[in-house]
Design a protein around this ligand. Structure first.
Ligand code: MRU
Length: 360
């Protein structure tokens, strides 16, 4: 197995495999500063909720270094309060780059908490602490995905055909993937599985990214247009659906790539399981139900143009919500690093969160 390394940190800058160019080109884009990372998140050079969280953590390390370098070059005395204030301002800019993915806020809060705990320390010490926290977020994410894979693979029978939507793979995380992590684990256990990947309009994460990842691994994959999912499910060709998530509300409602809700309805109508694979960092304890989740709307050009070529007449009214909400009642189970939650609801989610130390 060739591990996909799409986020590279060398202690000063980040190199990101440009996901806009895959599968045509495998090209890394260097982010030399905080602003470069914000742009890379906004323009989808890097995407997928956990991956965004990881790069956001490194972006804050860069912001902190820049703030501290300004002190040393201006010879002004280092003010801890001002430093914390400037870092919090950078964090707010970062938070708004992609509003639905809660892992972004989660990673930002982890870095800010470490920074606040560094009182009366030298700037050099603070940078070291923040960098080591960002590296932990990165490494932990891969381990968490492997655990999700272990739990989830129990649900996958030998010979299964699995439908997935968007890309919840190595490219959407620090590595290994959530939904694709489950698929990888089942494959490594020797189960003969097949994957149907929805192409996932308009950014084509399914046909460009999921298909690329699975093909590299030698996992059989077949790409279909999003609207063909119902046809194959109704024909009995699909054994289960597994997707990732950008945010899970406390009642179990899930925000994920636009089209996920339609798949959950199809799964229920045709009595096949609908699974959502998520790290617990995707559960937002501040959000009670899916209704409270902000849905990002992206530029109309993603729909009306393909590589600059118009696909629709000029001057059209276009809506491009990037995510939708799947109500908990349509979800067979959430697959997390701490176990599987069947028929998710607030009580069960709280029980699992308390295993990682949350108190309610
Ligand atoms: O717009 P994207 O490509 O960032 O959307 C990604 C998804 O919807 C994924 O399913 C989700 O982030 C989970 S990734 C493990």
């Amino acid at each position: 197995m060739d591990e996909i390394k799409h986020i590279l940190w060398d202690g000063k800058s980040l190199k990101l495999l440009d996901q806009r160019l895959l599968p045509k080109k495998e090209q890394y884009r260097e982010c030399k500063n905080f602003e470069d990372v914000c742009r890379a998140i906004k323009n989808m050079t890097v995407r997928g909720a956990p991956a965004i969280g990881v790069v956001a953590a490194f972006a804050l390390v860069m912001a902190a270094r820049h703030i501290l370098e300004k002190y040393s070059s201006s010879k002004a005395a280092f003010s801890e309060n001002q430093f914390q204030h400037q870092l919090a301002t950078a964090a707010n800019l970062l938070r708004n780059t992609r509003p639905t993915a809660v892992n972004l806020t989660w990673a930002i809060e982890r870095i800010l908490k470490k920074s606040r705990a560094c009182n009366k320390k030298t700037p050099e010490f603070i940078i070291k602490v923040l960098e080591s926290e960002a590296e932990s977020i990165f490494k932990e994410d891969i381990q968490i995905n492997k655990k999700i894979g272990e739990w989830g693979s129990e649900l996958i029978g030998d010979g299964f055909t699995i439908l997935t939507h968007c890309n919840a793979g190595a490219l959407a995380t620090a590595g290994y993937g959530t939904a694709l992590g489950v698929i990888r684990s089942a494959h490594y256990q020797g189960k003969k599985i097949k994957v149907f990947a929805d192409e996932t309009r308009p950014f084509l994460q399914g046909s460009r990214l999921t298909a690329w990842e699975l093909q590299k691994e030698g996992i059989p994959v077949c790409v279909i247009v999003d609207s063909a999912a119902g046809y194959f499910i109704n024909k009995g060709d699909i054994d289960c659906i597994i997707v990732g998530a950008d945010r899970v509300a406390m009642n179990g409602d899930v925000a994920n790539k636009i089209g996920t809700y339609s798949l959950a309805v199809l799964a229920n109508e045709n009595s096949i399981p609908f699974y959502v694979a998520v790290p617990l960092s995707t559960v937002d304890i501040q959000t009670r139900t899916g209704k409270e989740i902000t849905i990002e709307e992206r530029a109309p050009q993603e729909i009306t143009h393909l590589e600059g070529i118009p696909l629709a007449p000029d001057g059209l009214s276009v809506r491009n919500p990037s995510f939708d909400i799947t109500p908990a009642r349509l979800i067979t189970a959430l697959i997390t690093e701490h176990g599987i939650i069947y028929r998710p609801e607030e009580k069960k989610i709280k029980e699992l969160l308390s295993k990682r130390g949350n108190t309610f």
